[in-house]
Design a protein around this ligand. Structure first.
Ligand code: AMP
Length: 477
């Protein structure tokens, strides 16, 4: 059972992850909605980084035996069962409908990154090993509403077969006779992969009739698709009206554990590194972190809006003019709460937004006109590294420079290295959401941190303290 405590009414729940009682939820149930940043700031939260997550979950970590965890997000209490809570007798011989996130990048029919498939294996294998008939469903890409060969999950079935060491049969559809025939032919331990669920527009509309058809050939439901848990779709939410029990898989459980629980009740000191391009995309995350962190390290493009709020010149760096006041309020709020908010001391500036630009390192007080800051300078990197080495929990969201260009990637990759180092020394390190996950993977250190999220938008929403519909549905079921 995952004790998924998202209600201020629930004042304490046991958190074996950290061996402590989770306390200290906000007393005011409407706190998350009526905050010091105000509704206007919150309503600007864009959704640009949603659905871009990549995965680095290791099988051993995903399946490690663990007692129930306390997970807290916002203001409603719920308890979510996981497959760990099912008795073997509840699984054996049963048709289990598993919603996985197998949305992998393809070059034609070649899978270029199988991380999401690997991350989905522990749950599928656990069920198959216990004699379930495992019916796996996923989406892939953005089909326009009908069969498109380039979005067929057939290549995924092949890779899944290799990883499981057994043949995974591919159904030609995700509903109807094609599925019924495949499922009728299954023996305990077999795995069938259904065709892309988004070939039907009814999936994203959460159409109840479509959900009923999806559920028609199954007995119970497992949601392991963290990357789409923030969407109320037929295969993530609607289907739970028809299949009981409905429980979380190992991957979903682990994401909830780290992105919610470890952040709500962190081992201290707790630092968050918040980078990326814009303040406007991170308002809700910053707001949440101001309630939880001891130190917030600001990086990336948003640095320059903060520097302007301090009255500094920023040349032609990225600045959100309409967020300068907000940056000032955030710094003021951090100061009032006794939270350390770190901005760079020096930056790498360039005379154009290109890898072959002329560059120099300058203190943040001396950014020349016509030059733009594209990475942290070496003094800043050293300062951040030293700070991180004193932490017990670190959350990283958003790159610290334009890491896609090698000449502006040093600051970001240095932090990836440092996260790997401090993890070895016992720090809980969590990389959640968007490009920081990509940076971690490019650095080759993705398997050296405590947790890398598989979900971009879902990770951000969970960090912000939102209720994910795919998780709420498990509690209702
Ligand atoms: P986000 O999606 O908000 O996490 O932003 C990620 C993007 O921020 C990456 O594509 C980076 O290249 C970009 N970025 C990081 N630092 C800067 C900077 N100093 N100026 C402009 N863009 C940046």
């Amino acid at each position: 059972m995952i004790a998924f405590v998202i209600n201020s009414a629930t004042k304490a729940a046991v958190s074996p992850l950290k061996g402590q009682i989770c306390r200290g939820l906000p007393k005011n149930p409407s706190f998350a909605a009526s905050t010091w940043l105000g509704q206007a700031a919150l309503s600007t939260r864009p959704r640009s980084s949603q659905g871009r997550g990549r995965s680095g979950v290791r099988e051993s970590a995903a399946t490690r035996a663990r007692a129930p965890v306390c997970v807290q997000t916002s203001d409603v209490a719920m308890r979510v069962r996981s497959i760990r809570d099912l008795q073997d007798a509840e699984i054996r011989g049963k048709r289990v409908f598993v919603r996985s996130d197998l949305n992998v990048p393809l070059d034609g029919k070649r899978i270029t990154d199988d991380t999401r498939i690997r991350a989905s294996v522990p749950t599928i294998k656990y069920l198959a090993d216990r004699g379930a008939k495992v019916i796996v469903v996923s989406h892939l890409g953005r089909p326009k509403g009908g069969f498109e060969d380039k979005y067929s999950l057939a290549p995924v079935a092949e890779r899944l077969s290799e990883l499981l060491g057994k043949k995974v049969r591919m159904a030609k559809d995700c509903i109807g006779d094609a599925v019924a025939t495949e499922v009728a032919a299954m023996s305990p331990g077999d795995v069938v992969l259904l065709e892309n669920v988004r070939f039907y527009p009814e999936e994203e509309k959460n159409d109840p009739d479509f959900a009923r058809k999806l559920a028609a050939n199954a007995d119970l439901y497992v949601n392991d698709a963290f990357g789409t848990a923030h969407r109320a779709h037929a295969s993530t939410e609607g289907v739970t009206a028809f299949l009981k029990p409905a429980v979380a898989g190992f991957l979903l459980e682990k994401e909830l554990d780290y992105l919610s629980n470890a952040i709500e009740s962190p081992k201290r000191p707790f630092a968050a590194i918040v980078g990326g391009s814009k303040v406007s995309t991170k308002i809700a995350v910053l707001e949440k972190l101001l309630q939880k962190c001891d130190t917030i390290i600001i990086g990336g493009g948003m640095v320059f809006t903060f520097l302007r709020a301090r009255g500094l010149k920023t040349g032609s760096s990225l600045v959100e003019e309409d967020k300068i006041e907000l940056a000032r309020v955030i710094e003021e709020e951090a100061r009032k709460r006794g939270i350390e908010l770190l901005l760079p001391l020096d930056v790498v500036v360039a005379d154009k937004f290109a890898n072959d630009a002329n560059t120099k390192v300058v203190p943040v007080e001396e950014i020349p006109d016509g030059w733009m800051g594209l990475d942290n300078g070496p003094e800043t990197t050293r300062m951040i590294q030293e700070k991180l080495r004193t932490m017990k929990t670190v959350l990283w969201n958003g790159p610290l420079g334009v890491f896609e260009m090698p000449n502006f990637a040093k600051g970001t990759f240095a932090i990836a290295e440092t996260l790997a180092e401090i993890t070895q020394n016992g720090c809980i390190t969590i990389v959640g959401g968007g490009d920081s996950v990509a940076a971690m993977e490019q650095s080759g250190k993705a398997d050296k941190v405590s947790h890398i999220s598989t979900g971009g938008g879902a990770a951000l929403e969970l960090i912000e303290g939102r209720v994910l519909p795919g998780v709420a549905a498990l509690q209702r079921a």
